[in-house]
Design a protein around this ligand. Structure first.
Ligand code: PNS
Length: 170
């Protein structure tokens, strides 16, 4: 695929926490744009297990460890398309794991298109090894004592371990 060096893309999400499926998507998105912004929704109403700054730190660490260049990690509040426009992005990247993701993604895409038609959303499919993986399921399995190694970066696993010891509601 041709590399568009001027294209700024946004990969938004909650990343609570980052999984290897997200990292796979970051790598794929990087291959098709010149500059990628991983945008972490800071909205505390969702009662995340990790604060926005913890999630930003986790993603920054993993991106640096993976050696991905031209990837910026930031947090945002408010409308995604307004944040994307402020960052000069013309593309939103989302991952689709299974058909069950499609309805929610279509709703968001069409609403975002209505708000800012100039910003296109593209969908990437992660490696099939991660098609069952979600942050929610990682937290649940980890909390119940299951093994999540290979599903999240080691640094995330360590933070999960610390967080689960501190709290019982994540
Ligand atoms: O990883 P997630 O939780 O599925 O990501 C959802 C996210 C952050 C992409 C979505 O909730 C979002 O864009 N929120 C920002 C608020 C917004 O723009 N809402 C209108 C989009 S329909």
């Amino acid at each position: 695929m041709p590399h568009s060096s001027n294209l700024v893309a946004i990969y938004p999400g909650s990343f609570d926490p980052l999984t290897n499926g997200h990292l796979d998507l970051i790598e794929r998105a990087r291959a098709i744009c010149g500059h990628l912004v991983v945008a972490i929704l800071s909205n505390e109403d969702k009662k995340p297990a990790f604060t926005a700054s913890e999630r930003v730190e986790m993603v920054r660490e993993a991106v640096a460890d993976s050696g991905f260049k031209k990837v910026v990690v930031d947090s945002f509040d408010g409308l995604l398309v307004d944040y994307a426009a402020a960052r000069g992005a013309s593309m939103i990247v989302r991952g689709i794991r299974a058909i069950s993701d499609y309805e929610y993604e279509m709703q968001m895409t069409l609403m975002n298109r209505r708000l800012r038609p100039e910003i296109e959303t593209v969908f990437l499919i992660p490696n099939e090894a991660y098609s069952f993986l979600s942050s929610r399921i990682v937290k649940e399995v980890f909390r119940l004592g299951g093994n999540v190694s290979g599903l999240v970066p080691p640094a995330v696993e360590m933070r999960l371990r610390n967080r689960i010891h501190e709290r019982s509601d994540c």
